[in-house]
Design a protein around this ligand. Sequence first.
Ligand code: PHE
Length: 457
Amino acid sequence: MSQPNSPSQQPAGRDSFVTSLGAVVVTLGSAVGLGNIWKFPALAGENGGAAFVLLYLLCVAGVGLPVLIAELLLGRHSRANAVTTFRKLSPGKPWFLIGVSGVLAAVIIMTFYTDVAGWVYSYIFKSLTGQLSVEHTEAIFEQTISSPVSSLLWQWLALGTTAAVVIMGVSKGIERVIKRLMPALLLLLIICDIRAISLPGAKAGLEFLFQPDLSKLSGAAILTALGLAFFKLSLGMGTMLTYGSYMSDSQSIPATATRVVLADTLVSLMAGMAIFPAVFAFGYEPTAGTGLLFMTIPAVFASMPFGGLFTFLFFVLTAIAATGAMISLMEVPVAFIHETLGWSRRKAVALTVVVMALLGLPATLSTSVWSSYTVFGMTFFDLFDFFSSNILLPLGGIGIALYVGWVLRRDKFVQSGSNQGGLNNQRLVATCHSLLRFVTPVAVTIILLNGLGLFTL
Ligand code: PHE
């Protein structure tokens, strides 16, 4: 139970999640996103299938889970946004820069995430209106990304949908909407899985995903798996910290984090199970990378009975996943502006949307009219992706691990993680603290150096 003056008491009037199940589902809604459906299958396909999946699971358990627990606990402990959290816990020290980097990362990730989400939204429309013909998926994708006006409009629709939920607040908007969407996403995924697995020739796809061939593992795959674990669990940028700040004192944070990690991994595997059996059954290449989602899937699904319907369902579920992640991304700057500048939530959302739309403009136009503008040899889309995923997220992750491991005392962390001794999980939380102190900073520094091209395995 909370002490009268404990730092973890929610300030009067601050919104929070209503139920602990709701808190788990919303946290899962942030983790589940394009990462599960677009990045995970594409990277598993490119890095040898099951062996990569195994590596990924190790990275998630050894590095992802401790950082997730740390972020949620920091947020709940301080009851504040990503920047104020560090200001409150370490006044006058530069640790708040971790939060600043988080807010920046959220805005930058949104510039290209909303762009890809816009393509997904447009594919729902295209599948409904029968515009996704099997033979022309490549040309259709080309046309989708190279038309400046329509890709901007779809991006703004994705941004507007996200804003409509965030503006309603934490309990009445985010929790209420995501609690309804997540079961729908799971149901659609199960339907697509059943369809894919019952295709003749599906076995090769399942073997590809579940039968590890360890000889296929490379050093580079380890780094890719580690980076993916970070992006997948929305770590290193204050998203989970912000969500943790809305969790109640009686919620078990380690149990919440473990459930989210397990369920998120299950969703990734289920997405793989919907994709690879169908890819193999129809003789496509599993290594098609990014094109897997927008070119291979429409082609594969369209060639099976009731293909149009399944393509539609698949893109609806992808849009739901992307929207849950975008909501959590938008909440980071909104909570920061709302709480530090004292602006109303409505005004904070408006400012955030304008900034995201303006910065999103060059990202979106870089696949069409601005494709020849490059910075450091990258288009704006690639630059924003590179700067956030390869620099800001790892930096944030290292910062959080160092802060919790070396600044926040172990007994304080264990007390907070065990709900002041009310939960019988002290050993687990203490192990997490040790991992954060020694293992995580080294592992994430290696991802950072690798992302910058300064280190390869
Ligand atoms: N976890 C989300 C996904 O897998 C992406 C994300 C990253 C969301 C960082 C929020 C913060 O798609």
